[in-house]
Write a protein of this length. Structure first.
Length: 392
């Protein structure tokens, strides 16, 4: 694995995404992936009938559900509403026909303005199918990430997640981007356009399945190691890290201990655990019972853990979502809730959301790829606090 070359390629592909505030703080699957996936599905089935319109409508449809990020009522909105109703399995069948009508009327108006003959009435059914299928690809792709997607809204707000791939993984996106270029640049090559979409979808979805098997593999590896260490009563969960499929974060939860470690699925080796004991304190209970604490527990899919820091005559209570994290102290995640109390345990600052997530620099990306390749001397496996290594 060429770490430097790969790191440069993936950074160039994701630079715009990483500088997006919405992406950094909401865990949104990158919009390019969503768009080209929806476009490829439309391209495969409808390009012969609709031409480039199929890909364009499919790409827009694939991105439509993420417009929920504009709904920002308060600090909790992105947790509560992102991957909400627009990401349910029912939304495509409501929004798809509406957007199909709008696209059909726009096409009709353009045909009239340019003195072109009207499209065949039968094309309207193709419009509906393009929009419905393209929008449907969005929640199904988001489901493959750890963030959690509310597939059953408005009937249930349960979050579903398959920890197969990260929210950014060019191994999934690049084949679809190539297929998109063929559809847009060579629209008259009908067989090539359809076959490129089919191959891209086969590769990308095959990659998702492969990434899912990797997660199962590292969870089994961690379970075997823990059993050898005499640990049997544990909930073990593997999570992907960014840009690639092989470096996985392992979270181990026991009644009186939580462990965090990293493992390369490419070359698995003994996991060096960091551990901490979950705290029990009346102030923690108070934060947990607050609206923010309850939202964090639901949002993190019960992977919320609390720590207390006393400094400057204040007591800081933090709840962290441990599904995500750049290597650092084991009890710190990307985001969480925080409240500040005085020494008399009276509120100083109310419960509020915070974000720890650092932006990756090139050195950090190289370190990720090196660790993914299984280099056991990599600081992912040897250094307890890497937070400063990943800051710009």
């Amino acid at each position: 694995m060429q770490v430097t070359f790969g790191g440069q390629i993936f950074i160039s592909l994701t630079n715009r995404l990483e500088t997006s505030s919405a992406l950094r703080h909401t865990g949104k699957m990158d919009p390019f992936s969503q768009a080209v996936l929806g476009g490829a599905v439309a391209q495969l089935f409808f390009h012969r009938r609709l031409g480039r319109r199929a890909f364009v409508m499919g790409a827009i449809g694939g991105a439509v559900p993420d417009f929920d990020i504009v709904y920002q009522v308060d600090q909790w909105s992105s947790w509560v509403h992102h991957r909400g109703i627009t990401h349910s399995l029912f939304f495509p069948f409501v929004a798809g026909p509406v957007l199909a009508v709008a696209a059909w009327l726009l096409r009709k108006s353009n045909n009239k303005r340019k003195n072109r003959p009207p499209d065949p009435p039968g094309d309207f059914s193709a419009y509906i199918l393009v929009w419905v299928l393209a929008i449907l690809t969005h929640p199904l792709l988001d489901l493959m990430t750890p963030y959690g997607t509310q597939l059953l809204l408005p009937f249930s707000n349960q979050r579903f997640a398959v920890n197969a791939m990260a929210i950014i993984d060019p191994m999934f996106t690049v084949p679809l981007m190539i297929s998109a270029a063929i559809a847009l640049l060579m629209p008259k090559r009908l067989r090539l356009v359809a076959s490129s979409a089919a191959v891209a979808l086969l590769i990308s979805n095959g990659f998702i399945y492969y990434a899912w098997t990797l997660n199962n593999r590292v969870e089994d590896f961690a379970k075997s190691q823990l059993q050898a260490e005499g640990v049997a009563d544990a909930r073990i969960t593997g999570y992907p890290t960014v840009f690639q499929a092989f470096l996985r974060r392992i979270l181990v939860e026991r009644p009186n201990e939580v462990r965090v470690g990293y493992i390369s699925a490419w070359q698995p080796s003994s996991i060096a655990w960091q551990s901490f004991q979950p705290r029990h304190h009346p102030l923690i209970d108070k934060v947990k019972e607050s609206r923010g604490g309850q939202i964090l527990h639901w949002f993190s899919m019960s992977r919320d853990y609390y720590r207390i820091v006393e400094q400057d005559n204040q007591i800081i209570v933090e709840g962290h979502d441990l599904r995500y994290g750049i290597p650092g102290p084991a009890d710190i995640g990307f985001w969480g809730v925080r409240a500040v109390f005085d020494t008399d345990k009276q509120p100083v600052l109310p419960v509020a959301r915070f974000t720890n997530r650092p932006r990756l620099n090139m050195a950090g990306v190289k370190m990720i790829f090196d660790a993914a390749a299984g280099n056991q001397q990599n600081q992912f496996f040897t250094k307890k606090d890497l937070s400063d290594d990943f800051r710009e």
